[in-house]
Design a binder for this molecule. Sequence first.
Ligand SMILES: [Zn+2]
Length: 102
Amino acid sequence: MQFICETCGKEVTPEEGTLSWVDEGNSLRDFKITHKSDQDHNCDPRYVGYIHLWIVTGVTGFTKFTELLADYWVKGYTLDDIKGLKSVLNQIGICIWEKCKK
Ligand SMILES: [Zn+2]
């Protein structure tokens, strides 16, 4: 399983990558897996949230991420990027599954 950086198109290892998103204006969007320096969100940095790829690809970190999403929803945030979220969840899920097989 390899992660591909959505910005530069090169391989990104769990150690150097992040899962990032935008939480501007009560809207959650722009979920992507990239190198940390390639997050490249088109908004004020204070609206960018991210989690290191090596953390979110562990079961504990993945659980934390789902808690974090639940915290957004209870505050009234709207998920405006279901496609992007599903895409990153799929990639992370495959990575976790492959780790569990070993
Ligand atoms: Zn990159």
